[in-house]
Design a protein around this ligand. Structure first.
Ligand SMILES: [Mg+2]
Length: 381
């Protein structure tokens, strides 16, 4: 079996899919994308495809080495995301060729269902009570929200109180038997994160995410020491090497993205590394169906797994949503806030190829907003 062709599809709302086909007709899908830089990742996939065409698709480990290291320059979001999508597609092919789900190839299932959470509140959190109530009624046992929208790095007493009040409102709807995770999105300074974390302690967050920007990972240890709130990070880290300082600092939750951090191959290794630090895995996934399917395959076979993000109904999914390109929505039919394990081969989903091709004809040009502070200077989004 040889890799015969590799195609990419730029599809709304902000995704990029890749399709690898072998000479005997096996097809695997991956999702190589950086949100807002999809066209750049598409070019990287095209360059990496030159090497893969004609190769045996089942030599996944060796291909990962060559794609990641063989160009001499390595790392970063573009290359690691291009490799990630190709890696997902190769695992999909391996599962389909052998007639087993990917989690079997990763050592077999360690759980039968995977807890998932839903987003509430959008970029600028508002009207939270209604949204949380709707997710509770839909069966979710956990939600995630942004701590603040556009914000000063050091907040006023009123702004700090507004963060705490929003989380308190969410906690009130959730009660003590469900969880809220709070994403700081790197919008606060480390000092402000410390102050806000202190205020949030009584509200018992599941975790607080990106308390500082990834380039300030050297400040994580101080925050870990300063708060009993479990700290999470990782959506902007791309390899074991990137995760090592954060894990050494004592983060409780590692959040690699299956579409950014080298795919299934590297995320399983990041999970094992996290396990040696007693950290739990909660893969980042505000993306599309292939990234989620890959995340779930890892979740089903990873002992130190906590919870899975998923994008159904997320504020970005306007022109298309998680189920738009699937033949069968069953793998993502969540009950009691959980995704259920199936024995479907490969990644366990079937793409509607006609819908994908049609969507690619219009494509998208999604960009994240560029925010500015009241004085006109750049603000973290
Ligand atoms: Mg985040």
């Amino acid at each position: 079996m040889k890799i015969a062709r590799i195609d990419t599809y730029l599809v709304p709302p902000r995704w990029l899919f890749c399709r690898i086909e072998t000479d005997d007709g096996v097809v695997g899908w991956g999702e190589p994308v950086v949100e807002g830089r999809a066209e750049v990742v598409r070019s990287a996939v095209d360059v990496l495809s030159e090497y893969l065409i004609g190769q045996d698709p089942l030599r996944i480990q060796d291909h990962w080495q060559v794609l990641t290291k063989g160009g001499f320059y390595r790392g970063g979001p573009i290359l690691s995301s291009a490799v990630a999508g190709l890696d997902q597609a190769l695992w999909d092919i391996a599962g389909k060729a052998l007639g087993v789900p990917v989690h079997r190839l990763l050592g077999g299932p360690v759980r039968d269902r995977v807890r998932v959470y839903a987003w509430v509140g959008g970029d600028e959190p508002a009207q939270l009570r209604e949204q949380v109530q709707a997710q509770v009624e839909a069966g979710f046992t956990a939600v995630k929200m942004n701590g603040a929208g556009r914000t000063a790095p050091i907040t006023t007493p009123a702004q700090t109180a507004a963060v705490v009040d929003r989380v308190a409102a969410v906690r009130e709807v959730l009660g003590p038997h469900r969880d809220v995770a709070i994403d700081f999105h790197g919008r606060f300074s480390a000092a402000n994160a410390r102050r806000v974390l202190h205020e949030l302690v009584p509200l018992h967050p599941l975790f607080v995410e990106e308390p500082v920007l990834p380039e300030q990972s050297h400040l994580l240890a101080g925050l870990v020491d300063a708060t009993p709130v479990p700290l999470a990070t990782g959506e902007r880290l791309y390899s074991r090497t990137d995760f090592l300082p954060a894990l050494t600092a004592g983060i409780a939750v590692a959040q690699p993205d299956l579409s950014h951090a080298g795919g299934i191959s590297e995320v399983t290794r990041i999970a094992s590394l996290a396990e040696t630090f007693g950290a739990q895995l909660a893969p980042h996934c505000p993306l599309g169906p292939i990234a989620l399917a890959a995340s779930l395959q890892v979740a089903f076979s990873t002992p130190n797994f906590l919870i899975q993000e998923q994008s159904r109904g997320i504020h970005y999914n306007k022109e298309a949503d998680l189920l738009s390109y699937l033949v069968d929505a069953e793998p993502f039919r969540f009950t009691d806030g959980h995704a259920h394990r199936t024995d479907l081969p490969g990644l366990g989903i079937t793409l509607d190829e006609q819908a994908v091709r049609a969507a690619d004809r219009s494509g998208h040009a999604w960009r994240n907003p560029v925010w500015r502070h009241a004085d006109g200077s750049f603000a973290e989004w």
